[in-house]
Write a protein that binds this ligand. Structure first.
Ligand SMILES: *Cc1c(COP(=O)(O)O)cnc(C)c1O
Length: 369
């Protein structure tokens, strides 16, 4: 027998909690023996993938013996023309999650700080923790609005990255263009990552995905994903747009073939699929209204969302209701991971899925009284 007990991982690994994804449909089905299970937990596109992306994948299958293009040339061209930037200002990644890791590896030393308006997406913390950096959370103000003054006040000489997730996951709230400008002009020597994973769902006039700040040469990384509106989460593509010098640094820590060939083909097609994007936006808007109406009728407080999910206040029975929803085949995300034990986050589904969720929730709440 060998002895592996003295093999020690890096100390910083103690700070890392494993990511807890939404349960997959098959698992809940199997565990509970249910016929109908709907997943409204991971902000996926209920209309399915971009049909153009699916066709592009099919057309690429016969060339899988070849390595993918390490420079993701066609995809970067498509992205740069969609956003009106140079291809040198673009990096494609294996999901936007990988971009967060790469940015962390490129810019964080041990002991550095990142600022995260909180609660937000957990991958920012993960990126900091693998590098031995510290997370400085800045709580949201009332109704989960960004507290711009508190964000600015949190910056120290150790701050390397400030994450602004807008629309924010899990609250659905946005920061206005003028407030981003205020932050950019108040801080220096801090890289600002503007996470626009849900940007295509935001329809408020004061909203921006931040691309104009990259064009104006601010130290900004605009982060985007193909997992949400484009509906191809399963094949993993994300990208960043930033000043060329920032992209050059991130490229140094990137593996050569990080975006696989099918993913490149799919994303290059999906970004031109205006029809699928428009249909997804319209369906989402109607779905949000459907949920709002039900929450009003149920007397539940919710946060108006600029994304494809809604954070809703259930109350002290939050966990019980979350579990009971699951037992009836409705998978949503429980707020406890964000320090919001009285809340659940529900992804906007198809009209039928939303209706099923509302029906089940209504039944459960009726039983409570
Ligand atoms: C889903 C999501 C991402 C990226 O997802 P990938 O699937 O890794 O591209 C990034 N940021 C936020 C806030 C998200 O919710």
């Amino acid at each position: 027998m060998g002895n592996n007990k003295n093999i020690q991982p890096r100390k910083t690994l103690d700070t890392i909690q494993p990511y807890s994804p939404g349960k997959p449909i098959w698992e809940v089905q199997k565990e509970l023996g249910l016929d109908r299970v709907i997943k409204l937990a991971s902000n996926e596109n209920p209309l399915g993938p971009s049909p153009k992306a699916v066709a592009a994948i099919q057309a690429s299958l016969t060339e899988l013996n070849r390595y993918p293009d390490a420079d993701t040339t066609a995809l970067k061209e498509a992205i740069s023309s969609a956003y009106d930037v140079n291809p040198q200002q673009v990096i494609a990644t294996n999901g936007a999650d990988e971009l967060i890791t790469l940015v962390s590896e490129a810019f964080l030393e041990q002991g550095d700080e990142i600022i995260v308006p909180s609660p937000s997406f957990s991958e920012y913390d993960f990126g900091a923790h693998i590098m031995g950096a510290t997370v400085v959370p800045v709580p949201f103000a009332e109704n989960f609005q960004f507290d711009v003054d508190a964000i600015i006040a949190a910056v120290t000489e150790k701050t390397k990255i400030l994450y602004i997730c807008t629309p924010n996951n899990p609250t659905g709230t946005i920061i206005s263009q003028s407030d981003i400008e205020k932050v950019l002009n108040a801080v220096s020597d801090v890289l600002i990552v503007i996470d626009g994973a849900y940007s295509h769902f935001a329809d408020a006039p004061e909203y921006t995905n931040g691309i104009e700040f990259v064009k104006a040469e601010y130290p900004v990384v605009v982060l985007q994903t193909f997992s949400k509106i484009y509906g191809i989460a399963g094949i993993r593509v994300g990208f960043g747009i930033a000043p060329e010098s920032v992209i050059q640094s991130i490229l140094k820590v990137k593996e050569p073939f990080n975006v696989n060939a099918l993913a490149q083909a799919a994303a290059t097609a999906a970004i031109t699929d205006v029809e699928h994007v428009r249909a997804s936006q319209e369906a989402n808007k109607a779905g949000r209204e459907q949920l709002y109406k039900a929450f009003k009728e149920l007397d539940l407080n919710y946060t108006e969302s600029m994304a494809n999910f809604v954070l809703v206040h259930i109350g002290p029975k939050g966990e019980e209701i979350y579990k009971a929803l699951m037992a009836k085949g409705v998978i949503v995300r429980y707020g406890k991971t964000w320090g919001l034990p009285e809340y659940i986050r529900v992804t906007v589904g198809t009209p039928e899925e939303n209706e099923f969720f509302i029906e089940v929730l209504t039944g459960l709440l009726a039983k409570q009284v």
